[in-house]
Design a binder for this molecule. Sequence first.
Ligand code: SAM
Length: 261
Amino acid sequence: MKHKPRKRFGQNFLHDQQVIDRIIACVAPQAGDLLIEIGPGQAALTGPLLASGAELHVLEIDRELVSRLQTLFSGNTNITIHPCDALQTSLPRIAGNRPFRLIGNLPYNISTPLIFHILQWHEQLVDMHFMLQKEVVDRMAAGPGSRTYGRLSVMTQFRCSVTPLFDVLPESFTPVPRVCSSIVRLQPRKTPLTDAGSKGSLERVVTTAFSQRRKTLRNSLKSLFTTEQLTAAGIDPGQRAEQLSLSQFAALGRSLSYHED
Ligand code: SAM
């Protein structure tokens, strides 16, 4: 029987073979790789990933799809199917604390929280290839001064280099989504871009600054810094969050951990 796509799990299944081939060529999986795929669905990417000889772990929330995958890949010892919610799962535990590569045509309804969840393991991640809403990839790759530059851009770029690869039309999926999609490659930085202070301080500064992005930093950051502290960190209090570079946000992260110590 055909699977009825479930909207609540963001199910838009990729059927365009050219797009599938292009994604696999970008990922270039190798025997010896440890791959984790989030949301294998009806196995559009799973089959070709497995054909490379890599060790593959897939995380799928939909029990009906899990049982189809178990039937489809029964007897294949290179794949482990994990019936779980990727948002509640420790990927390093799945990987047995080995370095791993991550792939996913991500459910669009949870893609941003999922990216933040995943970025916490940037040190164990070799690379990531994701299909996302084009608008999300644009936000990830945006620089200062752009309307789309925000928390997602700063936090992703601070941890990873971001390479948008190509766009995918809605007609490549069943059911057809209302939005255009893009493939993006994220490569975690081997060494931090710069010191951003103690754990969590950059995230606090960035979240607070962009929660009122039209306000000047003097106002949007007043719960964290006095005007004098902003100036001492080399920041013009009359600027807005969208004008700050990654290194300026890092300077604020350092300043926050210094004066909160
Ligand atoms: N990879 C398939 C493809 O390219 O056709 C399916 C992509 S579909 C956009 C997203 C998949 O993620 C679905 O199979 C859905 O059931 C699964 N999914 C949704 N939320 C999830 C979650 N929290 N954890 C794991 N899988 C999830």
